[in-house]
Design a protein around this ligand. Structure first.
Ligand SMILES: O=C(O)CCC(=O)C(=O)O
Length: 216
């Protein structure tokens, strides 16, 4: 079977609001297994670590990266780096399914020139995993779409407005779903409020998300 069939087959999606598109159960079982195996190999070469905010507070998730640039957070702030902060090695290559489908998904919304330069891998623990509401602005490029692939437990994804105090709406992201933030959705506040434990089928439980971005 051709692992890249997803490029040519239509996928069902819902536009949650202008600029936030959610594709449902995007992958075949075989493709999903290939990606999970790739993540396992990436984590061996570039181990997950628990980042800290610049005020020294620990995040409620572990992260690693693949691709040319990796997003990291520590007491010096949020930034993209070419090397893993612990191993000092370059980030592993992005899984080819993730790379190619990111191109296809960006192209579908008119971003034929999208360049997947970074893939942040977040691992959310099943009981207390979460990520506070934030805007993605570490990138120099604020117009390229942001594409997030979800695996494992479902999560409660919150989407706000352009200001932190704007009210939030919620969508449940499930195993195999893909969320694309683009156009008017690119700079919306968003976060992961909660993981719904035991709803997915990752061996260790919890949720893994892969967020592909064009940085510059
Ligand atoms: O895990 C997710 O679905 C979202 C990740 C995210 O917003 C981020 O890492 O900035």
């Amino acid at each position: 079977m051709n692992l890249f069939t997803a490029i040519t087959e239509p996928h069902s999606f819902t536009d949650f609001c202008p600029g936030i598109r959610v594709y449902h159960r995007y992958w075949t079982e075989e493709q999903q297994q290939t990606i999970l195996n790739d993540i396992h190999k990436i984590a061996k070469a570039a181990p997950f670590f628990r980042p800290k905010t610049f005020s020294g507070q620990e995040f409620h998730l572990d992260l690693t990266n693949c691709g040319e640039l990796g997003w990291i957070a520590d007491e010096h702030g949020y930034r993209y780096e070419k090397l893993h902060p612990i191993t000092s090695k370059p980030w592993p290559k992005m899984p080819s399914l993730i790379y190619h489908e990111s191109l296809a998904l960006a192209s579908a919304i008119g971003h034929q020139d999208f360049s997947p330069q970074s893939c942040l891998i977040n691992r959310y623990p099943k009981y207390d995993g979460r990520l506070g509401s934030h805007q993605d602005k570490t990138e120099r490029n604020h117009t390229a779409p942001i594409i997030t692939f979800s695996f494992g437990d479902d999560c409660r994804f919150a989407v706000g407005g352009y200001k932190r105090e704007d009210s939030l709406r919620h969508v449940r992201l499930c195993d195999g779903d893909v969320c694309v933030m683009f156009g008017p959705g690119r700079m919306l506040f968003h976060g992961v409020e909660k993981i719904h434990p035991m709803t997915g089928n990752l061996k260790q439980g919890g949720r893994i998300s892969l967020t592909v971005r064009q940085v510059y």
